[in-house]
Ligand binder design. Structure first.
Ligand code: FAD
Length: 421
C-alpha cells in the first residue's frame, strides 16, 4: 500500500466502486478477460446495508418489456457457468406465476414476451389456477401465466461466488475502504479511506449511494432511494408453500387494486416462512435506513396483509418477520418521464424538466423496475447497445465518456462486454 495521499503504484485498467452484485459481476468479467481490475467496497464484506444482501432473488423471463426478456437466455447461461465454476448451486428453478386481470396491458405484455422468446409457459384461468395451486385464491377473478424457466437465485451465495471468482481471476478486492474522492482526467484518480488509486476507467456501481458519491463531481442523477420492508409470512401447514411442494414464485399485477406489484418466493430460506413483498417503499437515506419511517410512510405492510389474507389463505395474516433493504429507483417513480430524458445527468443545482413528476410517458408497471445505476467514466465506448441501455452523449467535466445503464438487476450484466474489448 502506498503512503497516505500517495497513489498506489499500479495503474489499473478499471476501478469499480461498490461491491454489490452489479459491481462484483462487472469486476469478475473484466478480470476474467485479463483486465487489471480493482473493486472497492466501503463496508467490510459481507454486509447488509445496500441492495444485494439476503438469501434469495427472483430471476424470470416474464417481463412486459421485450428487451429484458431478450437478455434472459444469456443471463441464465452466465449463472449456469458461474455455478459450474463455483461448484455450488446458485439457482433453483421453481417457475413464476404472473397473476393479473386478463385484460391488463402489462399482463398481456408478459404473455406476449414469453411467446415471442419461446419461453415455456402455461396459461391458467381462475378455476384451473385454484385446481393446480390450491394455496392461491384469485380473489378478483384474475388469470395467470406460468414462466416455467423462472426461479430463485441464492443471492448471498451468488454474490460470494462472483467475488471469489473475481479474486481467482487475479482481481483485487478491497473492502472496508470508502471512496471519498474522484479526480477525473485521462487517468482517473480515486481516493479512499485507505489509499489513492489510479485507473484508465472508472465504473461506479454504488447503488443507493450513487448520488452521494457523484455530488462532489457536480453530478446528480434523477434517483430516489427507498427503504423496503422484506416481509416473511408463516405457513399454516409447514411446507405447503415450499419449493419441495413445487410452489412457484409469484408476481401479482394490480392485485386488490394495489399500485405496485406484489411478489413472492416459496418458503425455503427460513423454514416455514414465505417471502411476500410490496414492490415499493418509503423514501429513505441509505445511511438512516432503519430509522423509523414517518407517519406518512407507505402503508405497504397493510397492503400486504390485505393481499395475503385474500389471495394466500394458507399463510398467517401478519408478517412473522420483517427485514430491510434499499431500492434505488428513478425519482418521480409513478409518472416520471422516459428513462433517460434528454440532457441528463444534470449538473447539481439546475434540475432539468426530467426531474418533474407527472409526465406520464411510461406506465406505472414499467416504472416498477428497480434501477441499478452504473456509471462508466473513461475512454471505452460501451458496445453492444440494446434498447434497455442508455448512453448519454453528455460528457461531464473532462471525462470523455459517460454512460448509464438501467438494468434488470439480477437478470443480466451488460457491463462486461462494454469494457472488455
Ligand atoms: C428486497 C429486495 C428484493 C429484490 N428482489 C429482486 C428480485 O427478486 N429480482 C431481481 O432481479 N432484483 C431484485 N432486487 C433488486 C436487486 O437486488 C438490486 O437491484 C441489486 O442488488 C442492486 O445491486 P447494486 O450492486 O447496484 O447495489 P448495492 O447492492 O447497493 O451495491 C452498492 C455497493 O456500493 C457500495 N458503495 C457505495 N458507496 C461507496 C463508496 N463511497 N465507496 C465504496 N463503496 C461504496 C455499497 O456499500 C454497496 O455495497 C431486489 C432488491 C431488494 C432490496
Amino acid at each position: 500500500m502506498a503512503a497516505a495521499g500517495e497513489p498506489h503504484g499500479s495503474l489499473y485498467d478499471t476501478i469499480i466502486v461498490g461491491a454489490g452484485i452489479q459491481g462484483s459481476f462487472t469486476a469478475y468479467h473484466l478480470a476474467k478477460r485479463g483486465k487489471e481490475t480493482l473493486l472497492l467496497e466501503q463496508f467490510p464484506l459481507p454486509h447488509s446495508r445496500g441492495s444485494s444482501h439476503g438469501q434469495s432473488r427472483i430471476i424470470r423471463s416474464a417481463y412486459p418489456q421485450e428487451h429484458y426478456a431478450r437478455m434472459m437466455a444469456e443471463s441464465y447461461r452466465l449463472w449456469e457457468r458461474l455455478e459450474a465454476e463455483a461448484g455450488t448451486q446458485l439457482y433453483r428453478q421453481t417457475g413464476l406465476l404472473v397473476l393479473g386481470p386478463s385484460a391488463d396491458p402489462e399482463f398481456q405484455s408478459c404473455c406476449r414476451t414469453l411467446a415471442q422468446h419461446r419461453v415455456p409457459g402455461q396459461l391458467f384461468t381462475s378455476e384451473s389456477l385454484c385446481r393446480c395451486f390450491p394455496g392461491i385464491r384469485p380473489y378478483c377473478g384474475e388469470v395467470a401465466v406460468l414462466d416455467h424457466t423462472a426461479g430463485v437465485l441464492y443471492a448471498d451465495r451468488a454474490l460470494r461466488a462472483v467475488q471469489d471468482g473475481f479474486r481467482r481471476c487475479g482481481g483485487a478486492l478491497r473492502d472496508g475502504e470508502k471512496v471519498t474522492g474522484i479526480t477525473p482526467g485521462v487517468v482517473v484518480t480515486v481516493t479512499t479511506s485507505g489509499g489513492v488509486y489510479r485507473a484508465k476507467t472508472l465504473v461506479i456501481t454504488a447503488g443507493p449511494w450513487a448520488n452521494k458519491l457523484l455530488a462532489p463531481l457536480g453530478l446528480q442523477l434523477p434517483l430516489q432511494t427507498l427503504r423496503i420492508n422484506v416481509c416473511y409470512w408463516q405457513e399454516k401447514v409447514p411446507g405447503a408453500y415450499g419449493v419441495s411442494a413445487h410452489f412457484p414464485c409469484l408476481l401479482a399485477i394490480r392485485a386488490n387494486q394495489a399500485s405496485h406489484h406484489i411478489y413472492g418466493l416459496p418458503s425455503n430460506e427460513y423454514p416455514g416462512l414465505v417471502k411476500i413483498c410490496y414492490h415499493s417503499g418509503s423514501p429513505a437515506d441509505p445511511e438512516e435506513r432503519d430509522r423509523l419511517p414517518e407517519a406518512s410512510a407507505l402503508p405497504d405492510i397493510q397492503i400486504l396483509c390485505d393481499f395475503v389474507s385474500k389471495y394466500l389463505p394458507g399463510l398467517g395474516p401478519q408478517p412473522a418477520l420483517v427485514e430491510h433493504c434499499m431500492y434505488t429507483v428513478r425519482s418521480g417513480w409513478a409518472g416520471a418521464p422516459e428513462f433517460p430524458s434528454p440532457g441528463w445527468p444534470t449538473p447539481m443545482g439546475t434540475p432539468g424538466p426530467h426531474c418533474l413528476a407527472g409526465a406520464k410517458t411510461r406506465t406505472q408497471s414499467a416504472l416498477s423496475h428497480q434501477l441499478a445505476p452504473i456509471l462508466f467514466l473513461g475512454h471505452s465506448e460501451p458496445r453492444n447497445s440494446h434498447p434497455g441501455q442508455a448512453m448519454s452523449p453528455w460528457c461531464p467535466l473532462t471525462l470523455p465518456v459517460l454512460a448509464l445503464y438501467p438494468s434488470p438487476t439480477w437478470g443480466y450484466f451488460q457491463t462486461c462486454g462494454a469494457l472488455s474489448s
